[in-house]
Design a protein around this ligand. Structure first.
Ligand SMILES: CC(C)(COP(=O)(O)OP(=O)(O)OC[C@H]1O[C@@H](n2cnc3c(N)ncnc32)[C@H](O)[C@@H]1OP(=O)(O)O)[C@@H](O)C(=O)NCCC(=O)NCCS
Length: 296
């Protein structure tokens, strides 16, 4: 098997592979659009060849202004490949870690073979930690949540957000945050997170720090957007203020900011194990509509 990145003349063949129905999020339309805006790149799209025939494909996503791919969006194998696991694992290993593989599905289809075989390949390539993220959606058919009467919200500098993120990471139940802190430390993780959120489509000037009546910093609220539309970027409460239901105040502010700018749907994800955040989404009228399985 030969592995190489895409060249321009591979495009038609790749689009044909992507028309096959599968759990992959990459469709032919998305591939062309993202290739244009830089979320997908030829040098981030890996092919496996058996002779002259394409046997496998891996499509990676990264921020359009980023320097490296971050997440695998698609694994495809030709029907002739009886066991795609070794080939897919080899394709995944072409991209240096840390990377993630995100699979989107419905809770009822969590154990489908199509997902299991992809997770097996990811595990063989070193992506052995599998987490489940609940996907939530708020729509403007619901009343806008009431804004907090006990917190005030203000914009702040990147430095202030890095400080807040660093403090919030202590005792976080978020799997990616915990892994990042273990890998590079709380400060570096906070710097990286702020940079990543700045790369998202939502305007930076929507971000807010939240203060209580005594003027103490309580947490942060980051409304944002990705390619699919408006999203809850980040909600965080400082450890010393946890347990007072402030998560709801912050989520209400994010929802409100996005709703007044015209959002009719707002999407959000949280780890299934992040119980306080799951409860907060459900109290605020967000509906769980899907599951994101993440191998990292
Ligand atoms: C998730 C988070 C925002 C919850 O904030 P909060 O305002 O404390 O939430 P609530 O007050 O509704 O908490 C409900 C319960 O969970 C507990 N809880 C909250 N955060 C907790 C944590 N990190 N670890 C353990 N328990 C926690 C609270 O003490 C409270 O317990 P109680 O019912 O016994 O009093 C906060 O933990 C946080 O900032 N975590 C790190 C960042 C994060 O995970 N953000 C979400 C990413 S999508």
């Amino acid at each position: 098997m030969l592995y190489r990145t895409m060249v321009e003349t591979d495009l038609d063949e790749i689009l044909t592979c992507l028309t096959e129905p599968s759990v992959n999020t990459t469709t032919p339309e998305r591939f062309v659009a993202y290739l244009r805006d830089g979320g997908y790149r030829r040098e981030w799209t890996w092919l496996a060849f058996d002779g002259d025939t394409p046997a496998g494909l891996a499509v990676w996503w990264g921020f359009p202004d980023g320097e490296r791919p971050l997440a695998l969006d698609c694994l495809w194998a030709a029907p002739a490949v009886t066991d795609p696991v070794p080939m897919w694992a080899a394709l995944i290993r072409q991209v240096p870690p840390p990377v993630e593989y995100h699979l989107f599905t419905l809770p009822a289809h969590r154990d489908d073979p199509e997902i299991a075989v992809r997770l097996a390949a990811a595990a063989e390539a070193g992506l052995t930690t599998v987490t489940e993220r609940f996907r939530y959606e708020w729509t403007s058919a619901r009343p806008r949540p009431r804004r907090s009467a006990r917190l005030t919200f203000a914009p702040a500098s990147d430095e202030a957000f890095v400080d807040a993120f660093e403090q919030i990471s202590a005792g976080s139940l978020d799997v990616a945050t915990r892994a990042g802190v273990a890998r590079i430390g709380a400060r570096a993780q906070a710097v990286e997170d702020v940079e990543d959120y700045k790369s998202m489509r939502g305007p930076r000037d929507w971000w807010r720090l939240a203060y209580d009546r005594a003027g103490a910093l309580v947490g942060c609220a980051l409304p944002s957007a990705n390619d699919g539309g408006p999203v809850v970027g980040y909600v965080g409460v400082l450890p010393s203020h946890r347990g007072h239901g402030y998560a709801d105040d912050l989520l209400a502010e994010i929802t409100w900011i996005l709703a007044v700018t015209g959002a009719t749907t707002i999407r959000a994800d949280t780890d299934s194990t992040n119980a306080p955040m799951v409860a907060s989404f459900e109290r605020l009228g967000y509906e769980r509509f899907a599951l994101r399985v993440v191998a990292s």
